[in-house]
Design a protein around this ligand. Structure first.
Ligand code: HSE
Length: 422
């Protein structure tokens, strides 16, 4: 009988238990050891043999019987050291660790290549949506130069709730935390860090150039107001946290995460709650969108198990397995600075009800080469101020920022400045 492929699992949280339960259906795979923080913690996982558990992950990364190490603990340390040690000990790696890939990918892929091992990470970006393997294999014949994606379920859930319930951010966040959709410390999600890790890695493999995480422009959703949601809706848009990456004709990359008004006619406007979606445009494929669950026990396990099976199928068949799945880029991308990018903007201004206010805003914009696509003032409030909503045509970010400074210096309050999908 053929020997089973032996797996060492590091982490048995939500994703780890989904992987454990799913792998039970594959009789060519054996889970040889599982590293957990606390062996004595009660776990309700059917078929789990407690003798597999250890609180010493070295029993996995140095174990000569183990072929594939599956890292599901997240974060930089000890994940980096454990993966590096496992590679040095001849293990292939499957990981869902987006932060590690974005911050230290260059180092771990160099170690993997040195020891002729592979690192697969389908689960790290958009959970259950297959995106890494498609980009690296079946889409490899394309020159993809544009990505727009919703890759964070927590923020998409919050924005969807704000939209459908006309609710404020802080109230929806509280409710999402109560229901377990947002973490007690939501910073990683709501400030866009999680999405930035994902788009940095996705853009690197799509453009075949390394995108450094510190060069990804990032804004979160904490300043989005229910009033912005309503105005956006009235103007034919939804507000989404969009992770985008664009490669211009000079080969320079513009990679960012920020809220965006997306046209109700676009696919991404209809991706709601915790669902994720990735739209890619390139030649010859044109535009495609993949959507599905971006997190959760079984969707994420689907990607992890797919990676395990891809490695398992090739183990012992070749001296150099899965060549198309390896890290193929060595060069850092030349990046476009956000101030030099060209965007459309939604601006919400609270102005005193004085004569000529709209005229002055128009003049400041004109002086900064900003053409207005629309300007709306509905009514004057009891405090004798008015909310003015502006949508601009395409303008350089630097000009927009300078104009905003002058609009504010003129005694107005700029409540929101949100980029609009082009
Ligand atoms: N925190 C992520 C999200 C899931 O809210 O989508 C894991 O990447």
């Amino acid at each position: 009988m053929k020997n089973k492929i032996k797996i060492g699992l590091i982490g048995l949280g939500t994703v780890g238990s989904g992987v454990f339960k799913t792998l039970k259906n594959f009789d060519n795979i054996e889970i040889a050891k599982i590293a957990v923080k606390n062996i004595n913690k009660p776990r309700n996982i059917e078929g789990l043999d407690n003798s597999l558990l250890t609180d010493n992950p070295c029993e996995i990364v140095k174990n000569p019987d183990i072929d594939i190490v599956v890292e599901l603990i997240g974060g930089l340390e000890p994940a980096f050291d454990l993966i590096a040690e496992a590679l040095k000990n001849g293990k292939h790696i499957v990981t869902a660790n987006k932060e590690l890939l974005a911050k230290r990918g260059e180092e771990i892929f160099a170690i993997a290549e040195k020891y002729n091992k592979v690192i697969l990470y389908e689960a790290a970006i958009a959970g259950g949506i297959p995106i890494i393997m498609p980009v690296k294999t079946i889409l490899a014949g394309n020159k993809i130069n544009h990505i727009e994606a919703i890759v964070n379920g927590t923020t998409n859930y919050i924005l969807t709730k704000m939209d459908v319930e006309s609710a404020q951010y802080a109230d929806v966040l509280k409710e999402a935390q109560k229901l377990g959709y947002a973490e007690a410390d939501p910073t990683g999600d709501v400030e866009g860090f999680d999405a930035a890790y994902k788009i940095a890695t996705l853009a690197s493999i799509t453009f075949n150039k390394r995108i450094k995480i510190e060069n990804v422009y990032r804004e979160g959703i904490t300043k989005i107001r229910a009033e912005d949601m309503k105005s956006a809706n009235d103007l034919g848009y939804k507000i989404k946290l969009i992770a985008s990456a664009h490669l211009n004709n000079n080969g320079e990359a513009d990679v960012r995460v920020h809220p965006m008004l997306v046209s109700k006619k676009s696919t991404l406007a209809h991706i709601d709650y915790v669902t994720n979606a990735v739209s890619l445009s390139g030649h010859p494929v044109g535009s495609i969108t993949l959507s599905g669950p971006g997190a959760g026990e079984f969707p994420t396990a689907s990607s992890v198990v797919g990676d395990i099976l891809a490695i398992a199928a090739e183990l012992n068949t070749s001296d150099y397995i899965l060549p198309m799945m390896r890290c193929r880029h060595s060069e850092d991308a030349v990046m476009v600075n956000i101030e030099d990018t060209i965007n459309k903007y939604y601006i919400s201004i609270n102005a005193h009800n004085n004569k000529g206010v709209i005229g002055k805003i128009g003049t400041i914009c004109a002086n900064h080469d900003i053409s207005l696509a629309s300007i709306v003032q509905r009514c004057v409030s009891d405090d004798n101020t008015a909310d003015i909503t502006v949508i601009t045509e395409l303008v350089k970010e630097e000009n927009m920022r300078n104009a905003i400074k002058l609009i504010e210096a003129d005694g107005n309050k700029v409540n929101s400045l949100i980029r609009v999908q082009v």
